[in-house]
Write a protein that binds this ligand. Structure first.
Ligand code: FES
Length: 378
């Protein structure tokens, strides 16, 4: 390998480390800063997301079983992502951080993005494979806390090696090579030996005591560094959570959703009578123009949503987001249906997806208003 390429290869993993580190640390802080993530009554809470994901996921039984512990799992995920991100970014215990990152990505793939079509449009499977180089090769030797700890421990144990220098192999052959039956022509046919070669050295003998000292110093310096970084992460997480609570009480979201609930629908709902057939949802006056109401779709048990666009014009949808199953809500200020989990947005008039990770639009429902002013689901 040319010397320049060899030198550059030491930097090869750094961009991946920075990207994964920043992304996971940001994801963790974002969750810690969002009080609604931990509030089970919120549609964007970890509990709502797990319940939504359980609708489609191949591990739905496991997700259902974990639902009662959703808040605890939310804290573990948030602090776990922060720890994984910091470890990767700093190159500290990189293989452990990368293994934890791959484990988390694999579980998110099963829970959330298993049904992405084509498969490569789901981010989690890409993250899973992005972790593999760091599991295999570690964090590399550049800007890496692991490498610095190892160098410091080696220095303290007196086993530090001199830095590697790239020398073109042609030069080595000219000075030391042309081996011929144990003799080197380049050394005037003297026996081949590193001692006679100006670019090769015998490495000093490393004693078992020195190796023990090196191992001990690695553990001490490594544990101290991990403790300091963990303490800094805990303080950062706590401050982020506190600032998030303060901001949440002061700011109302531009795309906050609002809707009432219709008493009709549900498994026991009656079929309509007279000329209007279908499931009675409730009086149309419960859904004023420009507002929305929720109900339960009897055939599936899914949440439904109805919006009165203009006087007498109602649209209805299955409110389950096609991305990972969270319940969408109506944002009157933006005139859109919005998913609180990962931000997919849908046109209220058609249900078509206009942004976000949802692979397709919402399933439309037929809502009609009867002559006596009631809404029916057909
Ligand atoms: S569940 Fe992910 S965007 Fe809706």
């Amino acid at each position: 390998m040319p010397a320049r390429a060899w030198a550059l290869s030491e930097w090869a993993l750094l961009p991946l480390r920075v990207f994964l580190g920043v992304t996971f640390a940001f994801a963790g802080l974002q969750k810690l800063a969002d009080p609604s993530f931990f509030r089970s009554t919120s549609p964007s809470s970890i509990e709502a997301q797990m319940a939504g994901a359980a609708r489609f996921s191949p591990i739905h039984s496991l997700l259902h079983a974990m639902l009662p512990h959703a808040v605890l799992i939310g804290w573990v995920i948030a602090y776990g992502e922060l720890a994984i991100g910091l470890g990767t970014l700093l190159g500290l215990k990189t293989r452990i951080a990368a293994t934890a990152g791959a484990f988390l990505s694999f579980n998110l793939f099963l829970a959330v993005s298993f049904h992405s079509k084509p498969y490569f449009t789901g981010a989690d499977i890409v993250f899973l494979f992005a972790w593999l180089p760091l599991i295999i090769a570690g964090g590399g030797s550049r800007l890496s806390a692991d490498a610095m700890i190892s160098r410091a421990a080696a220095k303290q144990a007196g086993v530090a090696s001199s830095p590697l220098v790239a020398i073109p192999f042609d030069n080595v052959q000219t000075w030391c090579g042309n081996f011929n039956k144990g003799h080197c022509k380049a050394l005037a046919n003297r026996p081949c030996s590193a001692a006679h070669c100006p670019v090769l050295q015998h490495r000093p003998q490393v004693t078992p005591v020195a190796i023990k000292t090196f191992d001990r110093r690695t553990v001490v310096i490594g544990s101290t560094t991990v403790a300091v970084v963990a303490g800094a992460a805990a303080v950062t997480g706590y401050l982020t959570t506190a600032v998030g609570h303060l901001e949440a009480s002061a700011v109302s979201g531009e795309k906050s959703t609002t809707s009432s609930t219709l008493a009709g629908g549900g498994a026991g709902a009656n079929a309509g009578t007279g000329t209007t057939k279908g499931t009675l949802l409730g009086p149309a006056t419960s859904v004023p123009v420009g507002s929305a109401a929720n109900f339960t779709i009897p055939s599936s048990g899914d949440p439904g949503i109805v919006v009165q666009l203009t006087k007498g014009t109602f649209v209805g949808y299955d409110a389950v987001c096609p991305h990972a199953g969270c319940q969408v809500g109506y944002a009157p200020s933006a005139k859109m249906l919005v998913c609180p989990c990962h931000g997919s947005e849908f046109l209220v008039a058609t249900g078509q997806v206009i942004s976000g990770p949802a692979p397709h639009g919402l399933t439309p429902l037929t809502i009609v208003e009867s002559a006596n002013g009631n809404l029916y689901l057909q």
